[in-house]
Design a protein around this ligand. Sequence first.
Ligand code: AVJ
Ligand code: FE
Length: 433
Amino acid sequence: MSDFKERIAAELTAARSRSIAYTDAEDDLLVRQHSPLMSPLVWDLAHVGNYEELWVLRQAGGIAPLRPEIDDMYDAFRHPRADRPSLPVLGPGEARHYIGGVRGRVLDVLDEIDLHGPDPLHRDGFVFGLVIQHEHQHDETMLATLQLSGQAGLVRDGDLPPAGPPGPAEVFVPPGSFVMGTATRPWAYDNERPAHRVELPGYWIDRLPVGNRAYADFVEDGGYDDPRWWSGEGLHWLRHSRAFAPLFWRRDGGRWWRTRFGRTEPVPMDEPVQHVCWYEADAYARWAGRRLPTEAEWERACGWDAEAERALLHPWGDDAPGPGRANLGHRAARPAPLGAFPAGASPCGTEQMIGDVWEWTGSWFLPYPGFRSFPYPEYSEVFFDSRHRVLRGGSWASDPAVVRTTFRNWDRPARRQIFSGFRCARSARPEEG
Ligand code: AVJ
Ligand code: FE
């Protein structure tokens, strides 16, 4: 096999090891639904294999269906998450057997396929990038499910660097244009294309994500009881959810505690806040006299090298993320302390844009000008409905394969079981908001 094919095979194996590790549990944990927001873990597991069968074996490889009768059950669009427990899905043992069988054939297809051929699914290994990124995204979803379940054993003793020295609270980004999205990254999704110029007025953006200390100040200042800070929809959410702090926080004995994978610990005040929904991020920003950055402001600050007039793959350049630059890949099952990665700074001086927590932006998930759905409209296009907000940057649970300056994630504004935080921004000319 060529070096490139070897690399693809290694990435496939890495994603699969994660899925296997997260489902290495008693059957009961795997088949139960821990929250109506999430699928049973055993559904995610077989869905990942079914997706791989559909795209690599059938579409790219021209191989006849292995188990056509199960396709319907694993079609995310036919069955919303809340209904998945009632499906006669494959049991844990059957699911492992099925995905293993698919994977064996996938490696055969990889061996035979011409990665330089004219088929856009084959070219540059796109279809393999598609299933590798898909599996890692489901692995992150499975971690969110495991956190909701209270399952222990997922906290890792990975080393994270300590909090960084004090620095400026915000950085100034001068007015100008930059190139948003990508034309050339072969494994980028359709929603990251095409590359296009965007003109931005000057703005200030936080150097770091909002931390637990600052967020606790908002809570203790009565932020959740003061309608001034909340949007109309945000107030509606607040009354319905009866939220009083980030998800998994609890007040006891005059201090804040959080529960993380079954372990209760004092909230570490020097970490980025996580498990907040868009409404909470938006309310905090208003309380702080700021706003959320737009998606374009976020990407400009993260990845634009103004001097070189060039978009970078990562804030620090095009090198892969190393342990000194970002907290990715489930190193320790938590965000790293604020300022832990000065070597991961972007050209304009923002830090921790990649990894730690997904960052809510003020933007709806919408197509870029000239968008073309590829390879199927249900990946991105059906979510361009002005009901999903964009998140950027990846979290501690994201794999480097799904993290780049142009990568777009999205979710409903009420969701907070995901590893979500935010940073704030403000316009240089206050009349612009
Ligand atoms: C991009 C994370 C919102 O999980 O719904 C998984 C990724 N798409 N299977 C999701 C995805 C199809 C998607 N997000
Ligand atoms: Fe999926």
